[in-house]
Design a protein around this ligand. Structure first.
Ligand SMILES: Cc1ncc(COP(=O)(O)O)c(C=O)c1O
Length: 372
């Protein structure tokens, strides 16, 4: 494995220091939950190794969200990040190729690259509304393709796939004889209601998700893999056992507590997301320097400074960061032009979001090159 640190991790707010940031528009999750809000009692918990596949009640509650899924089809992992790592290292080798959408959450591309596998990028273009072109997806499959990898709702663009699009991608994967990975980490924040779990649609599909984003729980590392392919799940379990043996007893108890009250937490989150999304949409409509594809889920969008504008992009980020203490996810975090930026609108408080958005407008105006 050829590991290297990714800019999105090196430059993340937790590495920079939260105290240095006035307006934090970098996050892709809802505000981090306080421990007390979960109301979980650990006093009787024995700190033993846990069930290697994950707490049975937790897996049962996760499976109950997909038609025809059983607890055995679910493997708990330390976050969605570990789920993606397990899947990539199980299915890919240096002789193989992955077909993966770009831009993307960096790990979805970086781990296959670190394995040494050939990476075919299926570009999502601003001009196409960042829509997945399933015709292009089909045409890019080769005999070496060992995994097709999609993300919905998508990070960083906030676009979402329909059930029909997921089904078509699953058909393409089935015909290619390879699994379809659907990273559904933002599924509970889909504006039009969640699409069915991919793993419930097709035996070729593998669903990945976690509690990090919608519930603001990235500090408990609980995510999961879902697949109806029992042989594959056994191999994923072997991988998990070699990495961590089992999940943390503390994390899994907290995850069970969240899942029991999930509907209640989700309703509050969705109402907050709607307000933050509307504030962001109003801001977009009020300014002239950036354009966007309106998101359909999650808490991020991926606007860009209009290509025709003569704006010094490095100066824009310098002013934004150093003078206004405002941070967004610059395009290079996602292997994209730095005119693009990911704005996380769900994490900051309303005042912080409003100030941060205004600071983007001000920094863009100040970084405009004077015509001679
Ligand atoms: C699409 C996507 N998948 C997976 C992850 C990993 O999340 P976690 O490991 O906290 O569940 C992230 C985090 O940003 C993400 O955006």
């Amino acid at each position: 494995m050829d590991y290297r640190r990714m800019p999105i991790e090196i430059e993340s707010p937790e590495q920079l220091g939260y105290d240095k940031i006035k307006c934090n528009l970098t996050e892709s999750s809802m505000p981090d939950m306080k421990f007390d809000a979960l109301g979980v009692d650990f006093s009787d918990l024995t700190l033993a190794y846990t069930d290697h596949a994950g707490d049975p009640e937790l897996r049962q509650m996760i499976a109950a969200e997909g038609e025809g899924l059983r607890a055995e089809d679910v493997l708990a992992t330390p976050g969605a990040a570990a789920a993606l790592f397990i899947i990539a290292t199980t299915l890919l080798s240096a002789r193989d190729r992955i077909l993966v959408v770009h831009p993307n959450y960096a790990t979805n591309i970086e781990t296959p690259r670190a394995i040494g596998c050939g990476v075919d990028l299926l570009e999502l273009r601003f001009e196409d509304g960042f829509r997945l072109d399933t015709g292009r997806l089909r045409s890019m499959v080769t005999p070496q393709t060992k995994l097709i990898s999609l993300t919905t709702p998508h990070n960083p663009t906030g676009t979402a796939l329909s059930e029909a699009e997921i089904k078509e991608a699953a058909d393409i994967a089935e015909q290619a004889g390879c699994p379809l990975l659907v990273d559904e980490t933002y599924r509970d924040m889909a504006f039009d209601g969640p699409a069915p779990l991919a793993a419930s649609i097709s035996p070729s599909a593998i669903s990945v998700s976690s509690l990090s984003k919608t519930y603001g729980l990235p500090g408990i590392r609980v995510g999961w893999i879902i697949s109806k392919n029992a042989a594959l799940m056994e191999t994923f379990l072997a991988a998990k056992e070699q990495i961590v043996i089992c999940g943390s007893a503390l994390d899994e108890r907290a995850a069970v507590a969240l899942m029991r009250r999930k509907k209640e937490f989700q309703a509050v989150a969705l109402a907050d997301i709607r307000r933050a999304f509307e504030a962001t949409r109003d801001w977009m409509a009020s300014q002239n320097d950036l354009e966007w594809v309106e998101p359909r889920g999650g808490v991020v969008c991926f606007p860009r400074i209009k290509p025709a504008l003569d704006i010094d992009i490095d100066e824009f980020y310098r002013i934004l960061n150093e003078e206004y203490g405002t941070y967004v996810g610059p395009g290079h975090w996602f292997g994209m032009d730095r005119r693009h930026m990911r704005i996380g609108y769900g994490w900051p408080k309303p005042d912080e979001l409003a100030a941060g958005l205004q600071n983007i407008t001000r920094a863009a105006a100040r970084a405009r090159r004077k015509s001679t």
